[in-house]
Ligand binder design. Structure first.
Ligand code: APR
Length: 335
């Protein structure tokens, strides 16, 4: 097989890139190790910054987002028995956040890519990259037990934190900035009416956050130790801690519900530089992850893709490499 841009990974980074390139008439193939059903139902981030919403609009994939997304113009900080209201329309007019699950974004992007005649190879796992320092890099992958290859002009490594693209860059080239924070977040998804506003709570027992994923789905977090075990957190303990830390002692504000998902995420910041090596360009979690504290989730990959897609289009159309050469530096300035 052969394509202009070989994209490894059908997460937000790979899918947004594929649609931007497709719109520019550039041929690309997306390889995804998991099934379509799996990636469309993987619940992860869910807070979209205005730039991400604008890009979905621009790409003509915001139809469902407009109906089902929940604009979140306000957030609260609970501190010492007080509530500080943060009103985004006053502070940043025209730029609010919208709650819409990453799995819904992924569904919309996959549907658009396929409807527009683009290709996504599901259950096709990239196993290695070769020829990165040549003009014809190759992705080696396994599909239905068979080894196959795609020869490309450029490889976009959008295969997340545990993918194969970042490790394809020699250690001598990469500098890694890694910080593990001395705490983790125990996160739950609960079938219950969300708290009225997204609320960050500071409490002597630890931090808590009440957010949402839909009108009947709450996303709630309590700070714990990074090596804690979910087995130590029966449902009743989680609800007790949430009521206390969110200052809802009379249990009137936070509705309890059936817990659908429970997991502990150690809080970690990881950035590898540069984001490019020869004809390989990394984007999204493949290059950097940040703790969930800032709700940057899928917004950082989208920001990468905006810069990378412009540079790739310029390169494919005119052979100019100025944008690609600057890609890593432009993006890494943000960190
Ligand atoms: N071959 C093919 N696909 C792969 C491989 C591989 N070897 N390794 C990983 N993948 C796929 C994963 O299955 C996943 O679908 O690459 C995709 C990477 O997607 P994400 O992990 O979602 O990464 P990204 O697109 O950068 O988006 C980051 O996801 O982790 C959340 O909070 C994070 O919201 C952020 C977003």
């Amino acid at each position: 097989m052969r394509t202009q841009v070989g994209i490894v990974g059908a997460g937000p980074a790979g899918l947004f890139l594929s649609l931007l390139l497709q719109r520019a008439g550039i041929d690309c193939v997306v390889l995804e190790s998991r099934s379509r059903e799996y990636v469309e139902n993987r619940v992860r981030a869910g807070v979209l910054e205005q730039g991400t919403v604008d890009l979905m609009d621009e790409l003509g994939v915001a139809e469902r987002l407009r109906h089902e997304g929940m604009p979140d113009p306000r957030l609260d900080i609970r501190f010492n028995g007080n509530i500080i209201h943060i009103d985004l329309p006053i502070l940043t007019p025209g730029r609010i956040v919208t709650v819409y699950g990453q799995q819904e974004v992924v569904k919309d992007l996959i549907a658009a890519r396929l409807q527009r005649g683009g290709e996504i190879l599901f259950e096709a796992e990239a196993t290695a990259l070769s020829g990165l320092d040549t003009s014809k890099p190759t992705i080696h992958f396994k599909r239905a037990g068979k080894d196959e290859t795609i020869e490309c002009d450029i490889v976009a490594g959008c295969d997340g934190f545990h993918g194969v693209c970042r490790p394809a860059i020699p250690d001598s080239v990469l500098t890694v900035y890694d910080r593990e924070f001395p705490f983790g977040w125990l996160g739950i998804l609960s079938q219950s009416k969300p708290f009225p506003e997204m609320s960050y709570a500071n409490h002597e027992r630890g931090f808590a956050l009440a957010s949402r994923r839909s009108p009947r789905l709450s996303r709630l977090y309590v700070q714990c130790t990074p090596d804690d075990d979910v087995a130590n957190w029966p449902d009743a303990r989680i609800w007790d801690e949430l009521h206390v830390r969110l200052d809802d002692m009379d249990r009137t504000e936070l509705e309890e519900g059936r817990i659908l998902q429970k997991a502990i995420t150690p809080c970690r910041s990881f950035v590898s530089a540069p984001m490019q090596c020869g004809r390989l360009y990394l984007a999204g979690d493949a290059s950097h992850i940040v703790p969930p504290t800032g709700a940057k989730g899928l917004n950082l990959p989208v920001a990468d893709i905006r810069v990378l897609s412009r540079a790739l289009i310029e390169f494919v159309r005119s052979g100019a490499t100025a944008g690609l050469d600057r890609y890593s530096d432009v993006f890494l300035k943000r960190f």
